[in-house]
Ligand binder design. Structure first.
Ligand code: NAP
Ligand code: GDD
Length: 326
């Protein structure tokens, strides 16, 4: 039997490698789309030991013709669009690029599917950042109104609705995974969780004396990326395409994350190491995210396996190991 094929954009990021590993375990041929680099970074793929199991193809979310060519030549069974300028903090400075890569890039991909491969299923990496200030009694689910708070959030709302619109207009199998924050040892270093676990590991090893952070009060629903890619896959195997909220249903403040990370290395007086630095505050903040993922549990049979404490420990231990090896 012929192998199923999938294009994964954003293959070098955090989620790309976890998803690719899952697809490879299901015997897919995986095409990983990367931009043109003078020196690409395959570190996350080699961390999961799959660097040489992917077929790499060149494309850029801001280059319409590159996406057209890929869809036309590969005509994959599935496309998982994970590529994005995904750092909220930079999206004010890079508003145009963020809009082009995260918003227009999705329009280009959907248009390519419509023209050249209408049976290809499409997954869009939507986000809880679309909710922003929106909530109902402190929770967010598929029916909660969007009120994005950053150019990143706005770009993802555009992509979300374009995905819904192509599904409704052209009957494409196109779905939005509205994922809440998910983390792992592969998380980029500028995101708060990894910045904390890397910083705490450095302090424990005597390589740093302080950790500088912004808003310690904001709350996030943090899960493990390895669990979340299973939800992406499940969304693409349904009878009909739909949109799903994915999260743990539990949230914690940045302060609680910091406390837990220091606890993992037996440092009790953590406050003496932490400095609040206004440079890491945002022009507009998303204060509180908490997922009600009942639909995913009922329809996809999905639920997270790794809890908050286990996640923090996993990340701190991975950073301790990485730094000690150096
Ligand atoms: P990530 O680590 O930042 O990875 C994003 C990838 O997109 C990077 O490999 C990046 O390539 C690539 N990319 C950026 N601009 C591109 C462009 N113009 N053309 C082609 N590729 C481009 O993000 P992640 O955490 O894996 O998240 C995956 C997706 O889920 C993103 O769309 C993100 O917005 C969304 N999301 C993430 C979370 C989360 O908590 N992690 C939650 C909800 C939604 P380079 O390596 O070249 O920079
Ligand atoms: N990055 C960062 N650095 N954030 C900080 C810091 C700091 O020094 N100090 C406090 N924070 C706060 C931010 O203000 C925010 O409220 C929270 O920590 C989380 O920030 P990030 O880890 O950068 O993630 P995010 O929630 O803004 O965005 C992530 O999750 C989204 C899903 O909700 C990204 O992965 C997005 O791509 C994703 O869509």
């Amino acid at each position: 039997m012929q192998k199923k094929t999938a294009i994964v954009t954003g293959i070098l990021g955090q989620d790309g490698p976890y998803l690719a590993k899952l697809l490879l375990s299901k015997d897919y041929k995986v095409y990983g789309m990367i931009r043109r680099y003078s020196k690409p970074n395959f570190e996350n793929l080699s961390y999961l030991d799959i660097e040489d199991k992917i077929e790499y193809v060149t494309g850029d979310m801001t280059d319409e013709s590159s996406l057209m060519n890929l869809v036309k030549s590969i005509r994959p069974d599935e496309i998982y669009n994970l590529a994005a300028q995904s750092f909220v903090g930079s999206s004010w400075d890079l508003a145009k690029f963020t809009t082009e890569a995260n918003g227009l890039g999705v329009l280009y991909l959907l248009t390519a599917i419509k023209h050249f491969s209408p049976t290809t299923k499409f997954y869009q990496a939507a986000t809880s950042e679309m909710f922003g200030l929106g909530n109902v009694d402190g929770w967010q689910d598929e029916k909660t109104p969007f009120h994005p708070r950053s150019p990143y959030g706005v770009s993802k709302v555009y992509a979300y609705w374009m995905t819904v619109n192509f599904r409704e207009s052209y009957s494409l199998y196109a779905c939005n995974g509205i994922l809440f924050n998910h983390e792992s040892p592969l998380r980029g270093i500028e995101f708060v969780t990894r910045k904390i676990t890397d910083g705490v590991a450095k302090i424990k090893l005597g390589l740093a004396q302080e950790l500088r952070l912004g808003n310690m009060d904001s709350k996030r629903d943090w899960g493990f990326a390895g669990d979340y890619v299973e939800a992406m896959y499940a969304m693409m195997q349904q009878e009909e395409a739909d949109d799903y909220v994915i999260g743990t249903g539990e949230n914690h403040s940045v302060r609680e994350f910091v406390e837990m990370a220091f606890k993992a290395v037996d440092i009790a007086d953590w406050e003496t190491f932490v400095t609040i630095d206004p440079r890491f505050m945002r022009p507009a903040e998303v204060p509180d995210l908490k997922a009600r993922a009942d639909k995913a549990r009922e329809k996809l049979g999905w639920q997270p396996k790794i809890g908050f404490e286990e996640l923090v420990k996993m990340m701190v231990e991975a950073d301790l190991k990485r730094l000690s090896a150096k």
